[in-house]
Write a protein that binds this ligand. Structure first.
Ligand code: ASP
Length: 725
């Protein structure tokens, strides 16, 4: 029955895979002209692909940077001023905060250049040029080669390409694989290590709504921060130095205060981190099984940390950065599972796979080459599942428990001693990390999390995977977890002196003498060792096989559906996602409007609340309706949603209008469509951005000094742009 109506189903499935009104996809800038320009223009874009990415003249790409390791930023002035999200600058803002000068809480604006704050480990990277190097990368690679030989050959080739790349002394090269290792691209980059904090709003604006509102629409967060890039006198990258001067970009983004309407074109240009759009259905099914393990463990830690943070301001600062990064993925995974279930993503994949199989069946050569792929992938995923669950449970446990992570660090020191490689730099780095973990405040909190975390971990480890030592310890205390916790956390290893003692050990014999009979070391090391012996090797072996199958499955999909426009999965390289400002039908009877206003911020206001408090000044401005040039018909726009296909890493990306002007900063996605990393659905996937008018309104009003400098500057840029037009 199903088989008979197949051609119709196949057509419908295939159509649903085609990019819906230009929304799906994270496109390589190099091919915008060929693949996307006409569709972008049909969606309203008035600039050209060449205005976005060009190697012949300055273009929008010259204003966009990879910010730190995992965000995007954009240059908005001829003197290197950079905008990104508040949550992207969060760790720098937190690092500059003390109880006496709490800029996280109160906000901060440098009143002059000398007040801008240096961030020792922050860098930004511009992309100067992209080249496809697939042929060179695969030269000499033969189908008959084993996976290892193939990898080795490719590695050799990439090394040569890197060495031979035609770059300036201040540039660097990165080569990345695309389409699951089927194609390779080279990026010529310029990386700047002197990036100073210029300003940020108070957390009550920049993080308004906090965890409750994260990943949710309607949204009212002023999620921005301001930095400045510094360069040497030749405008080239340089390490932080007082001699450096503000960077002069090849292009900076003009800002539009004109607003937009539903249906207007939007381009998000940035560095999406990781997506997996081409997986088989079973992988999505297993995501729904595995996510709750990670979510459950994080639930426990976050609840405990939050109580401690609320009770003590020092703890609040100490845990601020850790809390937000743990909470971000914790909430995302929940939305992702819900979205996959609600959109019946697995059923859609099943239908797609049926269409794929049917196409293969029509072409014997394809059937011969690719017919085994899906059955093999399904078999491999089945094999992976228990290891995947053990992998998730252990890596989260280790990530959330300081004592466990600490014993992991000590184990690494021991193996350096064993290989007689305990050279001072590596040892010192481990020692510093260990000392950080034994901060008595952290250890006290860790001891409180131990019982529920360990119980959950034991419960979720698939049968046969739990370390014997953990079992033995539980038995030894007859299930009395309190007594077990007391005994483990009494260890001298969980103190500064204990750590110094361990790092004074200069060989494995001395190390073993100090640790062998320590129950804490034995207990937590067993978690790590068990993972290293029982879980990780098999997990990576099966994952490696899956990767190889996915490489061929990707190629096979592209051959089976030659009319479908494929875009590569995100891999932290520069991509263009285009769409339109658009509300959505969230549920039966519930529609989302595309824009929020300050009225909504005030509606959510809860005085003194951890998440929904507001600065007095903002409430005052609202009462007076004093919005200056930023308001629209007597209201202050705050955030908006659009159909751009974005991911983590796109945080801070510029949202650019049809004329190439900045209208907002992308910072999140709406709950209903968070599964877009695995399956984009144009009906319900929406990216969330903060309106540039709200950003300027906040800067302009918070601390008049700097703000006047910055805003006057930005306004003059707007005027200059208008005059040029
Ligand atoms: N809020 C997200 C992040 O933290 C951005 C996204 O995934 O859309 O990276």
């Amino acid at each position: 029955m199903l088989r008979k109506c197949f051609p119709m189903v196949a057509l419908a499935v295939l159509l649903s895979c085609l990019p819906a009104r230009g929304a799906e996809g994270m496109w390589i800038p190099l091919f915008l002209k060929k693949l996307n320009e006409s569709q972008m223009q049909s969606l309203g874009m008035r600039i050209t692909a060449e205005d976005i990415y060009s190697v012949n003249h300055s273009s929008i790409k010259d204003a966009v940077v990879l910010f730190g390791g995992g965000c995007t930023g954009e240059v908005v002035s001829p003197e290197g001023l950079l905008l990104t999200n508040h949550h992207c600058g969060y760790s720098q803002i937190a690092a500059h905060s003390t109880l006496e000068d709490n800029i996280l809480e109160n906000g901060f604006y440098a009143r002059n250049r000398s007040e801008e704050r240096i961030n020792p480990s922050l860098s930004v990277t511009f992309i100067k040029r992209i080249e496809e190097v697939t042929d060179q990368a695969l030269r000499g690679v033969k189908p008959s080669m084993s996976a290892e030989k193939r990898q080795e050959k490719i590695r050799e080739n990439l090394e040569r390409i890197r060495k031979e790349a035609d770059i300036e002394p201040w540039q660097n090269v990165e080569i990345k694989s695309f389409f699951k290792d089927n194609r390779y691209f080279l990026f010529v980059r310029e990386t700047f290590n002197d990036v100073r904090l210029v300003g940020c709003p108070p957390a009550s604006v920049g993080k308004f709504g906090a965890e409750t509102d994260n990943w949710v629409w309607p949204r009212h967060t002023g999620d921005f921060s301001v930095f400045r890039i510094y360069a040497d006198r030749d405008n080239h990258p340089a390490d932080p130095s007082p001699d450096n001067v503000p960077y002069r970009p090849d292009h900076y983004l003009p800002i539009s205060l004109d607003g937009f309407s539903e249906g207007d074109f939007t381009l998000v240009f940035g560095f999406p981190g990781r997506t997996d759009e081409y997986l088989p259905g079973i992988a999505l099914e297993q995501t729904i099984v595995r996510n709750p393990i990670k979510v459950g463990l994080r639930d426990i830690a976050l609840n405990a940390w939050q109580k401690e943070m609320e009770a003590n301001d020092t703890i609040k600062l100490l845990y601020a950065n850790r809390y937000v990064s743990v909470a971000n993925a914790w909430k995302k995974w929940q939305g992702e599972s819900l979205g996959l279930e609600r959109t019946r993503a697995v059923d859609k994949k099943t239908a797609y796979e049926a269409a794929f199989a049917d196409t293969l069946a029509k072409y014997p050569a394809m059937q011969q080459a690719y017919g085994h792929l899906l059955p093999d992938l399904y078999a491999a995923y089945k094999e992976l599942l228990p290891y995947g669950m053990a992998y998730d449970a252990t890596s989260e446990y280790n990530y959330l428990s300081d004592a466990c992570a600490l014993m992991g660090l000590l184990g690494r020191y021991r193996s350096l001693l064993g290989k007689q490689q305990a050279d001072s730099a590596r040892t010192e780095a481990l020692r510093q990390q260990a000392l950080e973990r034994v901060d008595p405040r952290r250890i006290t909190i860790d001891s409180k999390v131990f019982i529920p975390l360990t119980e959950f971990y034991c419960d979720k480890m698939p049968s046969g995977f739990l370390p014997q030592e953990v079992d033995a310890a539980l038995e030894g205390f007859h299930g009395d977890m309190e007594a077990l916790a007391d005994s483990l956390y009494a260890s001298p290893l969980l103190s500064r002196d204990g750590i110094e003692g361990i790092f004074a050990a200069k060989d494995t014999t001395a190390f073993d003498l100090l640790t062998r009979n320590d129950p804490t070391y034995v207990f937590f090391r067993s978690v790590v060792e068990n993972y290293n012996r029982m879980v990780a090797p098999r997990y990576s072996e099966v994952s490696g096989r899956i990767d190889l199958l996915m490489k061929d499955y990707m190629k096979a999909q592209m051959e089976a559906f030659p009319d479908r426009a494929f875009f590569p999965d995100a891999n932290m390289t520069l991509r263009a996602s285009y769409g339109q400002v658009r509300g959505m039908q969230a549920r039966d009877g519930l529609a989302y409007l595309p824009q929020t206003f300050l009225d909504g911020v005030i509606e959510k206001y809860v005085p003194g609340d951890r998440e929904f408090d507001l600065p007095e000044k903002l409430i005052d401005l609202y009462r007076k309706k004093d919005y200056g040039p930023y308001g629209e018909n007597g209201r202050m726009p705050v955030c908006f949603i659009a159909t751009n296909h974005t991911s983590g890493g796109n945080s801070g990306s510029p949202v650019i209008n049809a004329d190439g002007e900045l209208i907002g900063l992308n910072f999140d996605r709406a709950w209903d469509g968070v599964m877009s990393d695995m399956q984009y659905d144009a009906e319900i996937c929406r990216n969330i951005s903060v309106d540039i008018r709200y950003v300027l309104f906040i800067i302009d009003n918070d601390i008049p000094h700097l703000c006047l400098a910055v805003v006057t500057f930005m306004l003059s840029c707007i005027l200059i742009t208008r005059m040029n037009l």
